[in-house]
Design a protein around this ligand. Sequence first.
Ligand code: PMP
Length: 362
Amino acid sequence: DEQGPRPAPVRIRPEIAALPPYRQGKQAGADAFKLSSNENPFDPLPGVVEALRATVAVNRYPDATASRLRHRLATRFGVDPDGVHIGAGSVSILAQLMLAVSGPGDEIVYAWRSFEAYPGLVLIAGATPVEVPLTEDARHDLPAMAAAVTDRTRAVIVCSPNNPTGTAVTHDEFEQFVASVPKDVLIILDEAYAEFVTAPGSVDGMRVLGVSRHPNVVALRTFSKAFGLAGLRVGYAIGDSRILDAARSTSIPLSVTAQAEEAALASLAAESELLERVRHISARRDALAAGLRQAGWRVPDAQGNFVWLPTGADTLAAAAAFEEEGLIVRPFAGEGMRISVGEEESVEKVLRIAASVVQTLP
Ligand code: PMP
């Protein structure tokens, strides 16, 4: 309203009072495709639903460290169980890591535009965000990010594939980057979309950690995207146990539910079936990106389960045109829109609307 928000009845930290809450992708009506949150369009597997049904002891607290899941992932990736940490979504682990390494006066470097939660999490930790613009082709500018590191830098986040532009960092680029950053700076490799990557030579955190064993690199992955468990909130970090111990210390106790742990275990038991779905989604993504490019859009290399449409100044109008046709996308005013790879039929529809939007925009 005209007077602006009324001040809270108690003193709120000024940086928090100025911080808008996390902006969620728009919900969709029953007859629309929800392509605004990079979710998995497939229904959960019967085995996953069964695991949830069987987990009924909700009067008991969950296992604080989700140790069965931790051990299972440790075996899966050939690491020590203490080198695995489970969180209520990988975004929780991001917050824990930032709280563990930074506070007032410290800096955290990341590319921009990237995942919308980064700036807020840095501010919550009390630290200062340092945003390094993406390159012309919407990729991380790793040399510029390395150059932005100062003696106040406590962490650098590398998001590959980058949300929302879709581009992946290469293995060689990443190795060079790690070599050019001081060893006492935490490097968070946010790989929420790792399973969708098909470009050869892309960075793979598990390979980096398995082969090069950089102690200051932590890889973040999630069950939300490829494994389709976004609603259950479960993600994990792989890295040096001493860094993950610090994340365990800053975590809110008991936030990973027993249901989330069971569903994640059931998903790992059905991993090959789920990865078959992922291959379908990646193929749809490639078809979508190719079709959009054919229609004249400059779509950057897309390695996640989404594509980036650079609609620039026309973004809000274009998003409204998509919505009119039952396609809910994620607009970033003045820049472009992120379109998730959804149901098979949504791909053809996106292509149809994108082609007509090109003609109708001012
Ligand atoms: N990192 C990136 C780059 C993301 O896009 C997301 C989800 N949008 C997350 C982390 C967090 O995912 P979750 O908390 O569901 O694991």
